[in-house]
Ligand binder design. Structure first.
Ligand SMILES: NC(=O)c1ccc[n+]([C@@H]2O[C@H](COP(=O)([O-])OP(=O)(O)OC[C@H]3O[C@@H](n4cnc5c(N)ncnc54)[C@H](O)[C@@H]3O)[C@@H](O)[C@H]2O)c1
Length: 353
C-alpha cells in the first residue's frame, strides 16, 4: 500500500456473479482516493467483458492474479465451497480479505481459516453486511442501553419467493446451497449481533414446496445464553413481504414492501424492525393499558457500501474487522446446527467463541 496523506487501497474481486458484481460496482463508484477496483477473477466470459468495461485486468485463477497484481485487499464472492481456498491464498500472501458469507460450508474449515488469519496477523472480514446497516446498529445500541429491558422473546421472519430462474445454477439446488446457509445465516448473524451468543438450536426443515434436494423452508427455535428465546420462520418458495430484504429497503434488487421482519420483545419495551417502532407503556403497565409507539430516528445508508468502506479501513489497519473469522464461524456453527437439529430431531449446542 502506498504511503501518503490519503491512502487509497486497491481491491480485487474473486467471483463476479450476483454479489461480486455489486462489490465491483461499489468499488467503481468509490472516490479514487478511498479505494479502487484492481482486478477481476472469474472464469466466465461475462466477467471478462466486465473487466474490459471496468478497465481492470481479468484473470481466470486467483493465484495468478494475486502474484501479478498484489492488491491491498480481496473480496471473495465465489460459491460457498470455494471461500476457504480463496481466502487462504490471500492470507498466505498477507493480503486482507473480505469473505462473503457463509465463511465456509464446513465449521472445521471456518475455524481453521479464522485461526490462520489470526496467526498470520492478516485481517479477515466476513461479509455479514446487515451488521453495517444503521438500523441494526441503532437496535443494538437501544438494547445495550437497556431501553428494551431484559430480552425475553424474538420473532424473525425470512419468507420470500425466489424466481425460478435463480435455481438454474446447479449449486443452489444442492445441499449447502439453500436458504438456510444463503439467507437464514444473515438473520442468525443479525440476532447474534443484537442478542448475544446462541446456546441451543432446534429446527425442522422441509423441501416439499420446490422438490429440490436442498431445503426450501425451515422453522427454527433458538435459546440465547441470556435466556432469550427466538422463533425464526424461513421459506424461499412463498409470496410474502415478511423478510429483512423486502422490508428494510437496503438492497435495490428487492421491491420494498411495508412490514417488519423482526420483533424483539423485552421486559421494558419491544422493537419492530426495520420500522424501528419501540412499543412501551408510558404510564401504568398491563394489557388493559395503552402502549405508546415511538419510532427511533435512524439515518439510513446502503450497508454494502458501509461494509466496503469499513473493509478499506480494515485494509489500512485503522479498524478491526466488525465480523471476525471466529465471529463468522460462530454464525456458521449456529446455522449448520439448524441442519443438524433437523436431521437428528435433537437440540444442538453450536460452537461459540
Ligand atoms: N452478502 C450477501 O447478501 C450475498 C448475496 C448473494 C450471495 N452471497 C454469497 O456470495 C457468494 C456468491 O454468491 P452469488 O449469488 O453471487 O453466486 P453466483 O453463482 O452468482 O456467482 C459466483 C461466481 O463465481 C464464479 N466462480 C466460480 N468458480 C470460480 C473460481 N474458481 N474463481 C473465480 N470465480 C469463480 C462464477 O463464474 C460466478 O460468476 C456465495 O457464497 C453467497 O452465499 C452473499
Amino acid at each position: 500500500m502506498k504511503e501518503g496523506r490519503q491512502v487509497s487501497a486497491t481491491v480485487a474481486v474473486i467471483g463476479a456473479g450476483v454479489i461480486g458484481r455489486t462489490h465491483i460496482r461499489i468499488l467503481r463508484e468509490l472516490p479514487a482516493d478511498e479505494g479502487r477496483l484492481a482486478a477481476i477473477v472469474d472464469p466466465s466470459e461475462a466477467a471478462a467483458r466486465l473487466a474490459v468495461e471496468a478497465g481492470v485486468p481479468h484473470f481466470l485463477d486467483a493465484d495468478t492474479m494475486l502474484d501479478a497484481v498484489r492488491p491491498d485487499g480481496v473480496v471473495i464472492a465465489t460459491p460457498n465451497a470455494l471461500h476457504v481456498a480463496g481466502a487462504r491464498a490471500c492470507i498466505g500472501r498477507g493480503i486482507a480479505v473480505l469473505v462473503e458469507k457463509p465463511l465456509a460450508d464446513d465449521l472445521d474449515d471456518a475455524l481453521a481459516l479464522a485461526g490462520e488469519a489470526d496467526h498470520a496477523g492478516v485481517p479477515l472480514l466476513v461479509g455479514h453486511y446487515r451488521r453495517h446497516n444503521p438500523l441494526v446498529q441503532a437496535a443494538r445500541t437501544a438494547i445495550q442501553q437497556g431501553r428494551l429491558g431484559r430480552i425475553a422473546t424474538i420473532s424473525a421472519d425470512s419468507m420470500v419467493m425466489k424466481p425460478d430462474s435463480y435455481f438454474n445454477v446447479a449449486w443452489r439446488r444442492e445441499a449447502g446451497g439453500g436458504p438456510v446457509l444463503i439467507n437464514l445465516v444473515h438473520d442468525i448473524d443479525a440476532l447474534r449481533y443484537l442478542c448475544g451468543e446462541i446456546d441451543t438450536v432446534q429446527a425442522v426443515t422441509g423441501h416439499a414446496a420446490r422438490g429440490f434436494a436442498v431445503e426450501d423452508s425451515a422453522a427454527v427455535l433458538l435459546r440465547f445464553r441470556t435466556g432469550a428465546l427466538a422463533t425464526l420462520t424461513l421459506s424461499d418458495a412463498v409470496p410474502s413481504p415478511w423478510c429483512w430484504d423486502q422490508t428494510a429497503g437496503e438492497n435495490p434488487a428487492f421491491v420494498r414492501h411495508p412490514g417488519n421482519a423482526y420483533r424483539i420483545c423485552g421486559t421494558e419495551a419491544s422493537l419492530e424492525m426495520p420500522d424501528m417502532a419501540l412499543w412501551r407503556y408510558a404510564g401504568r403497565r398491563g394489557w388493559s393499558e395503552p402502549l405508546t409507539r415511538e419510532v427511533l430516528d435512524v439515518r439510513r445508508c446502503d450497508p454494502l457500501v458501509a461494509q466496503m468502506r469499513h473493509f478499506l479501513r480494515v485494509i489500512r489497519r485503522e479498524e478491526a474487522p466488525l465480523v471476525s473469522g471466529h465471529d463468522g464461524a460462530a454464525t456458521l456453527a449456529a446455522t449448520l446446527a439448524v441442519h443438524r437439529s433437523a436431521k437428528t430431531g435433537e437440540a444442538v449446542r453450536p460452537y461459540a467463541p
